[in-house]
Design a protein around this ligand. Structure first.
Ligand code: IVH
Length: 539
């Protein structure tokens, strides 16, 4: 019996691997999503019936589920070096001159994009993914295989004629679209947003629960292969070889890689992508230039830190200057005051920027920001642009430093700042309007009381009409008081009241989370209520 099931399992794995490859590497598909899901479901069922037939590279591992309690430290067979940086044509000329001093035969360069993610080493044996290891300190990294197995563009089993042993290196990252999607999802779930794709990719690789990794749509771009006794002569041909094994490799049609013969060729590639990089579907922070011939790479060799046969050309973060028109202060629901710079609108890589974050009082002081200063604004990996410096040569003589406000801009209470705290706080928690409205908005949110029918606007309206002044007031709202308000039809009032009524059955941890006590987020609320089942005990 088990033989028959075994064969079907092997057959299903093979089929699903092939469809995955078609879909994620070739962007094509010969079956419908529905048919695909059926096959996957059949395989999942069989695997759970026959756990003895488990395979770490089964396509079911794509959806994750394996938990890694602690990531094991693993030695890299070949150290994971970094790249020397360059910033100008002169630097590139120096690099080229150094190479030409060592080799006197004709050679070429390969120019590639410098993907802005985290490095990964993938080791395959007999065509099977054996392990995936982070860079770590370059000598030792951490094994994150369970998480990496969920990344659709990384083959678990190689096609064609894979060598007995193969190590490839690449960069794991988010496409711009996947990162946006992730943050949109987090917004819906009222979780803090991630600020840049690179750090998020790095954090995601270290999640313990691989099914969470599977939901995040990471991608991988390859940039190196280690092949023993290989006849392949050029980096460029490595990529063809890797394509044949089922890897996703940089497209030469899209000019992601290009072979050139000299500094001019390199500079053209650099200029081309400096103009076009905003249109790429993923983030790059520069260009990588490598000697294309592998035998020459070996001849040129490495320093202890980086190869002498390659160099990174780093693009400057896009920076512009504009006038600082004002600093305004926002009051959050906890009373934290956040300063925001108001800028004369300016375009940075295709988007108009009107605001920049300045974080807190220390930052204002450190940058010595003053009204009407000309400031440098930079949009790096971060989503919200930031002010990096003041152009002091353009400062007006009579300018005076910004003094951080001492009173709440909304309720005029005196602000406080505890030692070691980055933020100033308004402590008038119960009567400062944005705090009241913010607390109620927080309370009704999806992961808290999940009260349908009410949104931020309704809260604003009910607050302005004097019908709610705190969370408890929601529960004594009266239909007849609400109906006279603008846009409050009978049906929407009923919906609101039903939503509020239903929320009375919410579990304790959601209520506690909903109260918006500083330091009591979802996790802490769950922990507390698992020990204290009644609010009086907790008190
Ligand atoms: S080649 C010996 N090529 O940049 C190092 N690296 O700053 C060989 N990176 O650790 C690296 N894109 O994680 C290479 N096309 C590319 C790359 C690339 C991104 C990363 C890589 C490396 C870091 C060095």
């Amino acid at each position: 019996m088990i033989n028959k099931e075994n064969n079907r399992i092997l057959e299903l794995r093979k089929l699903i691997h092939r469809y995955n490859y078609e879909y994620y590497v070739n962007s094509s598909s010969s079956i419908s999503d529905f048919e695909f899901d059926l096959l996957l479901k059949e395989l999942e069922d069989l695997e759970s019936q026959f756990p003895e037939l488990n395979d770490p590279n089964s396509p079911t591992k794509r959806v994750g589920g394996d938990i890694t309690k602690s990531f094991e430290t693993v030695n890299h067979q070949y150290p994971m070096l970094s790249l020397a940086n360059s910033y100008s044509k002169e630097d590139i000329i120096d690099f080229d001159t150094r190479i030409r001093k060592i080799i006197d035969v004709p050679f070429s360069y390969i120019c590639e994009l410098k993907y802005d993610g985290v490095a990964i080493s993938l080791v395959y044996e007999n065509g099977q993914l054996l392990r995936a290891v982070t860079r770590g300190d370059g000598i030792q990294g951490e094994e994150v295989s369970n998480n990496v197995r969920t990344i659709s563009s990384i083959p678990l089993i190689l096609s064609g004629n894979p060598p007995k042993k193969l190590e490839v290196r690449g960069e794991i990252m988010f496409s711009k679209a996947a990162f946006l999607k992730l943050n949109n999802q987090r917004k819906k779930e009222e979780l803090p947003l991630f600020s840049n794709p690179r750090n998020t990719a790095s954090g995601t690789l270290k999640l313990q629960d691989s099914s969470l990794v599977a939901q995040r749509d990471l991608d991988c771009f390859l940039y190196a292969a280690f092949l023993e006794n290989s006849a392949i002569e050029k980096v460029f041909d490595h990529y063809q070889f890797l394509t044949d094994l089922g890897f996703k490799t940089p497209s030469k049609e899209k000019k992601y890689i290009q072979q050139v013969s000299d500094v001019n060729g390199i500079m053209n590639f650099i200029k081309f992508w400096d103009k076009k990089r905003d249109n790429l579907p993923f983030e790059i922070d520069g260009i990588v230039i490598k000697v294309n011939e592998i035998s020459l790479q070996n001849e040129i060799g490495n320093t202890s830190k980086s190869p002498r046969w390659a160099i990174a050309y780093k693009y400057k973060a896009t920076q512009v200057t504009t006038h600082l028109e004002n600093i305004i202060y926002q009051v959050g629901r906890t009373g934290a005051i956040t300063p925001v710079a108001v800028l004369k609108p300016v375009e940075i890589s295709g988007t108009i920027v009107r605001r920049a974050s300045v974080h807190n009082a220390d930052q204002i002081e450190k940058l010595d920001l003053r009204l009407n200063d000309v400031v440098y604004v930079e949009k790096g990996g971060e989503i919200i642009p930031k002010i990096t410096a003041v152009d002091l040569s353009k400062r007006k003589k009579d300018s005076i430093p910004f003094n951080f406000i001492e009173r709440c801009p909304e309720c005029d209470s005196e602000l406080e700042r505890d030692q070691g705290e980055a933020h100033h706080y308004c402590l008038n928690n119960n009567s400062c309007p944005p705090q009241i409205k913010g607390k109620i908005t927080h309370f009704i949110g999806r992961k808290k009381m999940n009260i349908e029918g009410i949104g931020e606007e309704t809260i604003e309206q009910l607050f302005n009409a004097g019908l709610i002044n705190n969370i408890a007031d929601l529960y004594s709202l009266k239909k007849e008081k609400m109906l006279p308000l603008e846009r409050m039809a009978e049906k929407s009032v009923d919906n609101i009241l039903i939503g509020i009524e239903n929320s009375k059955t919410a579990p304790f941890h959601k209520i506690l989370f909903g109260l918006g006590i500083r330091y009591v987020g979802e996790t802490v609320a769950k922990k507390l209520t698992s020990v204290y089942s009644h609010i009086n005990d907790l008190r």
